[in-house]
Design a binder for this molecule. Structure first.
Ligand code: TYM
Length: 357
């Protein structure tokens, strides 16, 4: 018997363009999970402003990510789609977590180190505390499963550590107030018998948990890459997608017939992974079909597959973005449903911590 009701939560930042990495690493999983879980999908606009965002651009990209969710097949009637800043409980729980998570934990986050670089003294304090807001996003719904790309794994571990520290720090109070649930999988040496927060489980997997740049197989595909040719944007037209794939960096060898043959061939491995994810096949199956092909033959096949999968989404996104009023209404309704789940949980957190309400 599970102690927590299974619930999926995940988020995407409306900073930069929605790209193929977001789609294959996250959105396709969101779509699949809808049939087996209650899901909450969030456009995390508060995370976006940890680095400067032009306000009009933020509004536009918040709508664009929402359009991407809907166009890909997320159902906002059966599940919840909203933007983070409309549900105040996220920021409120994040403050509590700022006081639970330790500086040392946050200092070890590789994403912070990468983003801050040598500019550490000059980045926003929000960028440093970013993972605490992410923990709050998940735990304010007591979400149990979190579909993400591989780059978010470390943040998920921090969310688990934060949930555990909160459960331990306030164990007595949680029991006294009757707010705990049985901690079935507990480690008896460290964990209390009753807990308030679950340990959210990352769902990372499939053939493309980390889609790489089309220009450099050692770098992940990212909206912050200076070169637009490094990524496929979900709003790119057919010609642009086709050109980007044809010009993608490769090596001179033909494709191997087994996955082991992709070892040390980052660019080849990436294109095979993209093909696999788009077609719903494993990398093995793709190589069974295309092993021995030169890139001059494989790339056109990848272009054709990409266009057949992405073009309907792109045109539906465009249609949706022409009606911002509809998108805003979806977000508002979603925020109301999200708030109805988050507020009672936040109220209990306040009681646990000792805030009068
Ligand atoms: P973000 O906005 O950078 O990316 C959104 C989702 O897309 C995945 N992703 C990728 N997957 C495979 N290959 C890539 N190249 C690639 N690039 C991005 C990310 O792993 C992510 O799943 N901190 C999060 C947003 C967030 C969140 C949360 C996620 C905020 N709160 C709570 C889950 C739960 C982020 O910046 O993702």
């Amino acid at each position: 018997m599970a102690s927590f009701e299974p619930r999926v939560f995940s988020g995407i930042q409306p900073s930069g363009n929605l790209h193929l990495g977001n789609y294959l690493g996250a959105i396709t999983k969101f779509v699949d999970l809808q049939s087996s879980y209650n899901c909450i999908f969030c456009v995390v606009d508060m995370h976006a402003i940890t680095v400067w965002q032009d306000p009009e651009g933020l509004i536009r990209r918040t709508r664009e990510v929402t359009a991407g969710f809907l166009a890909s097949g997320i159902d906002p009637e059966k599940h919840i789609v909203f933007n983070q800043s409309q549900v105040p409980a996220h920021a409120q729980l994040a403050w509590v977590f700022n006081c639970v998570a330790r500086m040392g934990w946050l200092s070890r986050m590789t994403q912070f180190k990468d983003k801050a670089g040598k500019n550490r003294e000059n980045v926003s304090s929000g960028l440093f505390a970013y993972p605490n807001l992410m923990s709050a996003d998940i735990l304010v719904y007591k979400a149990t499963h979190v579909p993400v790309g591989e780059d978010q794994k470390q943040h998920l571990e921090l969310a688990r550590d934060t949930a555990q520290k909160f459960n331990i720090d306030y164990a007595e109070r949680i029991a006294q107030l009757g707010y705990g649930v049985d901690n079935i999988d507990r480690d008896v040496t460290t964990d209390p018998e009753l807990v308030f927060f679950p340990q959210p489980e990352p769902l990372i997997g499939g053939p493309a948990p980390r889609v790489m740049s089309l220009r450099d197989g050692g770098k992940k595909m990212s909206s912050s890459d200076a070169s637009d040719k490094a990524r496929i944007n979900m709003t790119d037209d057919a010609d642009t997608i086709s050109q980007k794939i044809r010009k993608a960096k490769t090596d001179p060898e033909a494709l191997p017939s087994e996955v082991a043959g992709l070892e040390g061939r980052a660019e080849a491995s990436n294109l095979v992974g993209i093909y696999a994810a788009l077609s719903g096949l494993s990398k093995d199956d793709v190589l069974k079909e295309h092993g021995g092909s030169e890139f001059s033959k494989f790339k056109p096949a990848l272009v054709e597959l990409s266009l057949s999968k992405l073009s309907p989404i792109t045109s539906e996104m465009r249609r949706l973005m022409d009606d911002p009023g509809h998108i805003d209404a979806v977000l508002k309704k979603g925020a109301e449903k999200a708030d109805a789940i988050a507020s009672p949980i936040l109220d209990q957190v306040k009681d646990i911590v000792g805030f009068i309400r």
